[in-house]
Ligand binder design. Sequence first.
Ligand code: 5GP
Length: 114
Amino acid sequence: MAEKTLFQKIMDREIPGDIIHEDEVCIAIRDINPQAPTHALVIPRKPIPSLDALTEEDEPLVGHLFLVAKEIAASEGLSNGYRAVFNTGPHGQQTVDHIHLHVIGGRQMSWPPG
Ligand code: 5GP
């Protein structure tokens, strides 16, 4: 069996995580190294390595992740906006090979991103 990802271990309660949302499709946790007052990660239970590995079968799953991101933004009071992003691959600076949607807000963002 493939080695569990860090996020799979958090889902399975093998290592601690600040879980702020959980349903049958995904969980959301607070990032351990937040880049803004709110920084959550929405992570599907299915261990898809990255956006690049998505298939058509995953289309509803991805939609669900964005709806959960929106719910988190609302519950965190991010009424002035926020950023929702999948870092992908080395140039995207992805560091955990289990797809996750960053939800970042609570301060003014800049563009272009670093
Ligand atoms: P990536 O760099 O792959 O887009 O995002 C991975 C995120 O996971 C980073 O923002 C990093 O701070 C976060 N992270 C890494 N290890 C842990 C951990 O053990 N717990 C939590 N909650 N977040 C983590």
